[in-house]
Design a protein around this ligand. Sequence first.
Ligand SMILES: NC(=O)c1ccc[n+]([C@@H]2O[C@H](COP(=O)([O-])OP(=O)(O)OC[C@H]3O[C@@H](n4cnc5c(N)ncnc54)[C@H](O)[C@@H]3O)[C@@H](O)[C@H]2O)c1
Length: 324
Amino acid sequence: MKGKAVVTGAAGFIGSHLCERLLDEGFEVLAVDAFTDYYSPERKRRHIAACAGRPGFTLAEENLATCDVARLIDGARCVFHLAAQAGVRKSWGKEFARYIESNILSTQRLLEALRENPSIPLIHSSSSSVYGETRMLPMREDHPTVPLSPYGATKLAGEHLCELYRLNYGITYRALRYFTVYGPRQRPDMAFSRFINASFAGKAIDVYGDGRQTRDFTYVADAVDANMRALRYEGPMTVFNIGGGSRAALLDVLDVLGRELGGRLEVRFVDRAKGDVTDTWADTSRARDALGFKPRVSLEEGIRNEIAWYREYMKSSEGGGLSS
Ligand SMILES: NC(=O)c1ccc[n+]([C@@H]2O[C@H](COP(=O)([O-])OP(=O)(O)OC[C@H]3O[C@@H](n4cnc5c(N)ncnc54)[C@H](O)[C@@H]3O)[C@@H](O)[C@H]2O)c1
């Protein structure tokens, strides 16, 4: 075994894929997740089921905002911190308390525990949402960070906390700013997931705004690969854009989806959601040069994989479809 890797948010979309990759590479994995009800906890249990029973895998059902974090990271070789309250649109109003708890307080508690063990590297999941609405495209790590949503503000706070624990206590961290991750197990609130679900249910697809907004789509295996590369990196840089290099407008994605699903999609345009930026586009040259990061999966292939996963998941859900 290569040592103990702690993965927080391990039962989530990206975290569950990362756990599989770590086990494949011979790590012992301590998977931490609170199974929050932002979307179906049952669905998360199925995400992580692929790891259960594999040698070296342990699941800890714990909330980072309240649990004994020092105990979790005891003896760890590295920590991958993916636990978060995700989602831009729900981050307004009273739900914000959840964002503070999972994105700020939980990160601070993890950093406090790492303070005693500053040599354990932390690979922190951040987000393109820290940039906010900008005309400076493609987005570069040294561009201004002015989030447009409460979610983005909490993800930026997470990055700031990592940096101030580095400055004060010498902890080692890498923050990965993911750009719209997709693929099998994608969260049900995310666009592709909603589109595929609506199309299979024979319902109209709701597109926020006019559909011309662009996103830099990142296949989940590429995001996972960035985590592995960030772990191996020993240089001085701390923040990296992780984008898939598949920048497309939502309308173009619908064309691809329509082709892959073999039918015409019924689209309904609804009001643009507050907090959603117009465009994202990652300059990934830093990740390429420093980490050797190179996205490998095209949008067409990635969408095909997500649809194939959805079909299988539907079959094994006794016709109940995907619960959100
Ligand atoms: N999916 C994307 O496109 C995307 C883009 C940018 C950034 N990110 C970031 O990547 C990470 C993973 O995102 P995801 O899409 O897999 O989300 P997800 O919601 O599927 O996974 C997050 C997991 O964290 C768990 N969790 C939440 N609060 C917790 C707490 N206090 N203690 C323990 N566990 C807790 C949840 O139960 C969930 O299983 C998050 O940090 C997110 O902000 C994701």
